[in-house]
Design a protein around this ligand. Structure first.
Ligand SMILES: Nc1ncnc2c1ncn2[C@@H]1O[C@H](COP(=O)(O)OP(=O)(O)OP(=O)(O)O)[C@@H](O)[C@H]1O
Ligand SMILES: [Mg+2]
Length: 341
């Protein structure tokens, strides 16, 4: 199919408000552009798409938790560089992980609480940390936790957008962000860190991109000890060894196992306004949820909760709403199916 046909499809599905087909057509156009070596165009489209999906996702989950966990701080200059600046009151209790991951994260936080002690012994402080693992398993959340635990402002850099939209200025902008963040004692969170690897892969264009990667390497090497950089990726394979080697700590976020799913359910229902039915059905629902991300499991549970609340209203029941496990199971199955395609 030619580029024009994809564009016609996109126009049609966009005007029809057919989100699903629109996304498929956009993804096809991105692939087509990569294959026909229109790499910058493909990356820009990809960023637009990701950003829009991210915004939908974020607004769902922030409301779903009902507590307001972080505040956005407006800042014109940062906005120009496609950034967010936020404070967070997330804590370790908001994050479900393996014991090992939790220990690693706690050690990292501890190290930054004990900067003075480490300095006395002339020891370097670990300040470059990589989060990797599948989508929806807590990489972004863990960065909020670190910002919350250390009580620091966090600057969120979407490398995908910066790299694709500001070609020619990327190195300068990155240096500016790092300088400013260091002077304000912020954490720098670089999402989609794999964008660097990806761009490097394609052979055209590449004076600029080589410069960007070299800039990052230099910024990392000269990062002041008081600054913290957290990078996240769900495609660790895309990163080459020169980049990987720069990180002091490297933490994997996995899909949840049964115990972690149970913990996530507890966390999601923690305020006790919604009940779960008897234990037996819990076991089978946990099995049904295996293989999905924390995000998908939480999202389907929240949908099921809403439906129980509506059912109660319809039946004029004044009992505490109880999650209908059948409904939740169907939602889990639908989610699995949607992710397969
Ligand atoms: N480990 C976890 N513990 C508790 N909640 C989680 C966890 N992982 C994900 N969630 C829930 O899912 C939401 C989305 O997760 P998050 O944004 O951290 O995923 P991610 O790993 O950064 O994904 P992506 O690679 O797509 O950016 C979180 O805000 C939280 O509500
Ligand atoms: Mg993320």
């Amino acid at each position: 199919m030619s580029q024009f046909n994809y564009i016609k499809d996109i126009a049609k599905f966009g005007l029809d408000n057919d989100q699903e087909k629109l996304l498929t057509a956009l993804n096809e156009l991105i692939e087509h552009s990569k294959q026909t070596k229109k790499i910058n165009f493909a990356l820009q489209l990809q960023s637009i798409l990701k950003e829009s999906l991210r915004q939908n996702k974020a607004s769902n989950l922030v409301k779903a938790g009902s507590e307001s966990h972080f505040n956005r701080i407006e800042d014109r200059e940062y906005n120009d560089l496609i950034l967010e600046k936020l404070t967070s009151d997330y804590r370790f209790k908001n994050l479900v992980t393996s014991e090992e991951t939790k220990r690693e994260l706690e050690l990292f936080v501890k190290e930054h609480h004990a900067v003075d002690v480490l300095r006395k012994y002339n020891l370097p402080i670990a300040n470059k940390i990589l989060f990797h693992g599948p989508s929806g398993c807590g990489k972004t959340l863990a960065s909020y936790v670190i910002a919350g635990e250390l009580n620091k402002i966090m600057v969120v850099v979407n490398l995908g957008s910066i790299v694709s939209s500001k070609l020619g200025e990327t190195s300068k902008n990155l240096a500016k962000i790092f300088r400013k963040a260091a002077s304000e004692d912020c954490i720098i969170f670089i999402d989609e860190f794999d964008s660097l690897g990806k761009v490097r892969d394609y052979s055209q264009d590449h004076g600029e991109m080589k410069r960007v990667v070299n800039t990052i390497l230099q910024l990392f090497d000269y990062l002041p000890q008081s600054s913290i950089v957290i990078a996240a990726t769900n495609q660790k394979d895309m990163l080459d060894s020169a980049l990987m080697r720069r990180f002091d700590v490297n933490i994997k976020f996995d899909l949840p196992n049964e115990a972690q799913i149970a913990e996530l359910i507890g966390l999601t229902l923690r305020n006790g306004q919604i009940k779960l039915p008897a234990k037996a059905s819990l076991k089978s629902i946990i099995k049904a949820a295996l293989g999905l991300s924390y995000y998908s499991i939480q999202k389907t549970l929240i949908t099921a909760i809403k439906r129980s609340i509506f059912a109660n209203i319809e039946n004029k029941s004044i009992a505490t709403p109880t999650v209908d496990m059948k409904v939740w199971k169907l939602l889990l199955e639908a989610e699995k199916k949607a992710l397969e395609t």
